[in-house]
Write a protein that binds this ligand. Structure first.
Ligand SMILES: Cc1cc2nc3c(=O)[nH]c(=O)nc-3n(C[C@H](O)[C@H](O)[C@H](O)COP(=O)(O)OP(=O)(O)OC[C@H]3O[C@@H](n4cnc5c(N)ncnc54)[C@H](O)[C@@H]3O)c2cc1C
Length: 395
């Protein structure tokens, strides 16, 4: 096992952000090394997102990581909203001038990008935990990391923090130089994987007095299903039958029995948060993806924002490498934050429109239903949702 000691771009974290950035840089002829604290199996099995915006699909294709996605992913032309006894379908291509989304699990995106990275022969070290970033405001930043019980140093021209919401890179910035805007929500998601074909062809977002539910899928034979649950819920309190009964009650409306049941293979509770750290650049340390911002998953934006950040960043680093100009790097934070705040707004809107808060009043519920009626009745309101869901332009 060789430990990289010097690279142009040191990347912390092999989630979608770090892996895609490495791929894009490699294709621009810029050397980089990726340090990942977890082992490969863990990273490849971690259940998370599954909806790819049109722009994300385009970037994965363009960088040569889209072949299996195009073979196995499922193109979706819309979603269904169920509320107050009604079913309303949003037709994305009709509302957005042809934009669609792709259902392809984050686990598969990560597997494809790891395979490409290793094929390229580019350094990617698993079990390598970054412990500190130093010298961000110098021209010689470095990453300290531990691998197999020993301490190492990676000297870089740039350090990119793609280490998610609990990583070290954001912490490396003095509190006086960063500002974090955050809010929590008074509910969580209980997410399960089920070995059963999805009951419908498209995702179902259900508003109900019992709480929100989402019927989603990973493959034609695996369903991904979510229930709003109180914060602090223990998944052990939710035996399989209780989950199926609740999904049925919240989503099936007047079609009882339609929800196909099968064995549950994973069960986890996910608290919902929104947060943004500004700026996303501190000298030669730049943050991307969840390291800089988090959205509740209701709008399916987290993975897509990570992809958008590193697409902008790869162009900026390529410009700096090729011409010496830092114009795009200087604009990186502002460019990304415009899109990030739009996605924050959309994710917050979807979350608060579809969930039932513990202290929700009948007035609040009438406002939610009025908003959902508006989306069902107005092509403009529906288009606003569809444009945000399928993804806004990169810059
Ligand atoms: C539990 C969970 C469930 C989610 N579910 C959904 C969902 O259902 N739908 C949806 O749209 N979005 C979901 N998301 C959001 C989406 O998955 C993220 O937005 C996306 O993973 C962001 O990619 P990233 O590369 O920025 O960060 P991550 O995928 O978090 O990758 C960060 C990587 O950095 C590594 N790392 C951390 N610290 C260090 C360190 N010190 N040194 C080295 N490596 C380090 C981590 O192990 C990880 O591999 C979920 C997120 C979480 C946390």
């Amino acid at each position: 096992m060789t430990h990289p000691r010097r690279t142009t771009v040191g990347i912390i974290g092999a989630g979608p952000a770090g892996l895609l950035l490495a791929r894009l840089l490699h294709r621009s002829g810029i050397d980089c090394a990726v340090l990942e604290s977890r082992e490969r199996d863990y990273v490849e099995q971690r259940q998370r997102a599954g909806i790819l915006e049109q722009g994300t699909v385009d970037v994965l294709r363009a960088c040569g990581a889209g072949e299996r996605m195009d073979r196995e992913g499922m193109v979706h032309d819309g979603i269904e909203l169920r509320y107050d006894g009604q079913v309303h379908r949003l037709d994305f291509p009709a509302l957005t001038g042809g934009r669609r989304v792709m259902v392809y699990a984050q686990t598969e995106v990560v597997k494809d990008l790891i395979a490409r990275q290793l094929d390229d022969g580019a350094p990617l070290l698993f079990g390598a935990r970054a412990t500190a970033v130093e010298g961000a405001h110098t021209t010689r930043p470095l990453i300290r990391y531990r691998h197999q019980g020993r301490a190492h140093t990676l000297n870089c021209d740039y350090v990119i923090g793609c280490d998610g919401s609990h990583g070290v890179s954001r912490q490396a910035v003095p509190e006086s130089e960063r500002r974090t805007y955050a809010r929590g929500y008074p509910y969580s998601w209980l997410g399960v994987l089920a070995d059963v074909p999805p009951s419908g062809d498209e995702l179902v977002y259900a508003h109900s007095a019992r709480g929100f539910a989402l019927l989603s899928m990973r493959t034609p034979t695996v369903s991904r299903l979510y229930l709003q649950v109180p914060n602090g819920t223990d998944p052990a309190d939710w035996p399989d039958d209780r989950i199926w009964d609740e999904l049925q009650a919240r989503t099936a409306l007047d079609t009882p029995g339609k929800l196909a049941r099968g064995p549950l293979t994973a069960k986890a509770v996910l608290p919902l948060h929104s947060s943004v750290t500004e700026p996303m650049r501190f000298g030669r340390l730049l943050l991307a993806g969840d390291a800089a911002h988090i959205v509740p998953p209701t709008g399916a934006k987290g993975l897509n924002l990570a992809v958008a950040d590193v697409t902008v960043l790869a162009r900026a680093l390529a410009q700096a490498h090729r011409t010496g100009s830092t114009e795009l790097l200087d604009a990186y934070s502002d460019t990304c934050l415009r899109r990030v705040w739009r996605a924050e707004h959309f994710s917050h809107f979807m979350t608060t429109t579809l969930h039932t808060a513990p202290d929700q009043s009948p007035f609040d519920t009438r406002l939610q239903l009025s908003q959902l009626d508006r989306i069902a009745a107005s092509a403009h309101a529906a288009a606003e949702l569809a444009e945000n869901y399928t993804g806004l332009p990169l810059e």
